[in-house]
Design a protein around this ligand. Structure first.
Ligand SMILES: Cc1cc2nc3c(=O)[nH]c(=O)nc-3n(C[C@H](O)[C@H](O)[C@H](O)COP(=O)(O)O)c2cc1C
Length: 420
């Protein structure tokens, strides 16, 4: 359902939104995304940008009458990460640029996720019928029908209503977890609440905020506003470093995370990267800080340095050298499982289908997440079909690898660990 032109995104809330919150706001979407803007001088470093930056477009949300049953409009405005505020570019234009660029070409990591090299065994005698394979899983105290996560993406604009509604409807129908995009905009303007509160409720819903400038009050507020089951905190140092308006203030990041963990308890806190992975030392530090789970969000999928590089020439010059930066997802999962001391590890970053998800589980992940592929599907109105396909692929891969349950997948199901 798209909200009609001129209608406030705060005007319609699903029934599961508490009354106190439903009455909370009234301003329309498109307000400033973040208050920590930082403009740096734009020197020329003698390198060419990766590509001409995408132009900013001024867009307004299309009305429901214009596109009643249609996929999401091709170029919807999108919030991406919190520190996007620019003194010179309206927030809605930056959001539109980010979604357009993230969904376009030239934003994929220059090296793979490493998942292709992870070989599951193939059992021509799987030992059971396909429909006897169980995919259910426990994550952060919730029961999922399949160990999958719609990774954090959007919220904050009229168009995000349609995207989140489609993703949440699919996640709810297939019983998988979903994270909303960064809630920084919501903290500044509760009027955008509807864009973060989809009509359908997945079994596990995560709110999301960036670590820069994060404090316990912000964290508690966003969880309360969204009625979220958990909070995801994203670490995006490379994106902040190349982004013209970025704020790479990461010196106190771990302290901020520990403070949020303590303040939110018992609400679980998950920490994630955004597509460059996590080092084992960082995983150990996060585990010691008390987080409930860690999403490695490794490299091999969407590369946010390249996204920034396509919207700004200076960012492009900086980003060019980081096309292959980071820890590929397969390696990051292996490392994290070894370093996390039993903490649930989520695998994302370049996960492209249910076979990739099965590979991640066999490497020790508790669940696997996908962002960009599901965004593309949601924009085309086929989020449900896409998720259904991933779930079935996961079921078939689990079966063929010889496991009765996806939760049982492990080293014994990997070809390299197989006997003889
Ligand atoms: C359009 C878009 C918006 C995103 N916004 C957020 C965000 O607000 N918070 C966050 O933690 N990650 C965000 N991400 C990063 C994803 O959650 C994910 O970590 C990253 O894209 C790698 O996964 P992928 O290769 O499946 O896209 C966003 C990704 C996309 C494609």
């Amino acid at each position: 359902m798209l909200v009609g032109a001129g209608m406030s995104v705060g005007a319609r809330c699903p029934s599961w939104v508490p009354e106190s919150i439903r009455l909370g706001g009234g301003r329309s979407a498109g307000g400033r995304w973040d208050g920590v803007a930082r403009t740096r001088p734009r020197g020329h470093f003698g390198l060419e940008p990766l590509a001409p930056p995408a132009p900013s477009h001024t867009r307004t949300a299309r009305s429901a009458a214009e596109a009643p049953d249609d996929p999401v409009t091709p170029d919807p405005p999108c919030d991406v990460f919190p520190a996007m505020a620019s003194p010179s570019v309206p927030a809605v234009d930056r959001k539109a640029d980010h979604l357009t660029i993230a969904a376009g070409e030239g934003v994929l990591h220059g090296a793979g996720s490493g998942l292709d090299a992870v070989r599951l065994r193939h059992r021509a005698l799987p030992g059971r019928d396909l429909d006897a394979v169980a995919l259910d899983a426990e994550l952060l105290g919730r029961r999922l029908a399949a160990p999958l996560l719609v990774s954090a993406m959007t919220g904050g604009t009229d168009e995000a209503i349609a995207i989140n509604d489609r993703l949440a409807a699919a996640a709810a129908r297939h019983g998988v977890a979903m994270s909303l995009g960064s809630g920084r905009a919501l903290l500044e303007d509760v009027g955008v609440l509807r864009s973060f509160r989809p009509a359908d409720r997945p079994p596990l819903l995560l709110a999301n905020l960036g670590v820069v400038g994060l404090d316990p009050g912000m964290a508690a507020r966003v969880v309360e506003l969204l009625g979220a089951d958990a909070l995801g905190i994203h670490l995006n140092p490379l994106q902040e470093a190349v982004q013209p308006e970025g704020d790479p203030s990461f010196g106190d990041a771990l302290d901020r995370i520990a403070a949020v963990v303590a303040a939110l308890a018992p609400v679980p806190v998950v920490v994630k990267e955004v597509g460059f992975g996590l080092d084992a030392d960082d995983v150990r530090r996060l585990a010691a800080a008390g987080v409930a789970a860690i999403d490695v969000a490794g490299s091999g999928g969407t590369n946010w340095a390249l996204v920034e590089g396509r919207r700004d020439p200076r960012a492009g010059r900086l980003a060019a050298a980081f096309a292959t930066w980071g820890r590929p997802t397969a390696e990051a999962v292996r490392d994290a499982v070894g370093a996390a001391g039993g903490l649930p590890i989520l695998a994302s970053g370049g996960v492209r289908d249910g076979v990739d998800a099965a590979r991640c589980l066999a490497l020790g992940a508790r669940a696997a997440g996908m962002a960009r592929p599901l965004l593309l599907a949601a924009r085309e109105g086929r989020a449900d079909e896409a998720l259904e396909t991933v779930v079935e692929q996961l079921r078939i891969a689990t079966w063929l690898a010889g496991a009765a349950r996806s939760a049982d997948l492990g080293a014994a199901h990997l070809q390299d660990s197989a006997p003889g």
